[in-house]
Design a binder for this molecule. Sequence first.
Ligand SMILES: NC(=O)c1ccc[n+]([C@@H]2O[C@H](COP(=O)([O-])OP(=O)(O)OC[C@H]3O[C@@H](n4cnc5c(N)ncnc54)[C@H](OP(=O)(O)O)[C@@H]3O)[C@@H](O)[C@H]2O)c1
Length: 272
Amino acid sequence: MASPYWDEKQAERYRAFRFELAERTLAGRVLAVAGGSGGLGAATVWLLAREGARLVVGYRANRARAEALRRAVAEQFGQTLSLVEGDISLPAVRRAFLDAAVALGGPLAAAVILAGEPARVKWEALDAAALESSLRANYVAPILLAKELGSAMEQSSAGGSIVLLASMQAVAAFESSLNYAAPKAALAQAARILARQWKRVRVNVVAPGATVAGMAEPSVSAGKYDPHIASGAIARFGRPEDIARAVRFFLEPDNYTTGQVLVVDGGLTLRR
Ligand SMILES: NC(=O)c1ccc[n+]([C@@H]2O[C@H](COP(=O)([O-])OP(=O)(O)OC[C@H]3O[C@@H](n4cnc5c(N)ncnc54)[C@H](OP(=O)(O)O)[C@@H]3O)[C@@H](O)[C@H]2O)c1
């Protein structure tokens, strides 16, 4: 007996090499990008704006950088970013993302959550306050935002997609990375649990490697990751565009992936 889920007309199309590969699937959709003014976020915003998405872009305090990105996107693509200022650990700031999406004509179709902190603390200074501070910035606040935006998308018939930013350090053990990497590992596990819990909202994680923009710039430019190029483990450092493309993959409305962690590190964790 044939499967009740089988679509014979679709199978016939594929036998005739007629495939459905829609382009610019994000055009006109309302997307939120928390931490969108940062090194990796700005490239993501740039790519999504080029695709024609309508964007709510969040930042914590650096208004000058967010305004500069807004001007650059307006000049390049004729699009106005809707900016949300403030710390996403505050309920009112998280609420502002949903309000801004509604003001753009919503519903919110997807959210990218890049907000995070390098949480660099010397071993001798690693105390409860340092651990809790990183946990709040790299786990509690992003997960609360994912919970609230995801719950709203789950209630909408169109569903949605959430992408969280972890790090290669969340999946491989690097020396001195405890304070930053452990909350990022928790974030990745929380994403899998949310992906299982929600039926209409896909949740995935992008885990960047050593990337030349954003919070890794000081350590990459100082040579911390040079040995991995010298040894041939990676051919080059990561670029913000590498991350933007990985994020876009998960955001596409017809994407078939959920609960996954995509490590975008050029092979560093595999070959080091
Ligand atoms: N760059 C890398 O190589 C790399 C590697 C691995 C993982 N990652 C991860 O990728 C994500 C983006 O990193 P990035 O390099 O683009 O960082 P970044 O340049 O430091 O930018 C961080 C962005 O998040 C915002 N932000 C930070 N904390 C926030 C908070 N509590 N509430 C609201 N907004 C907040 C910042 O706003 P303000 O500027 O106004 O503070 C900024 O827009 C992070 O989660 C990071 O851990 C980055």
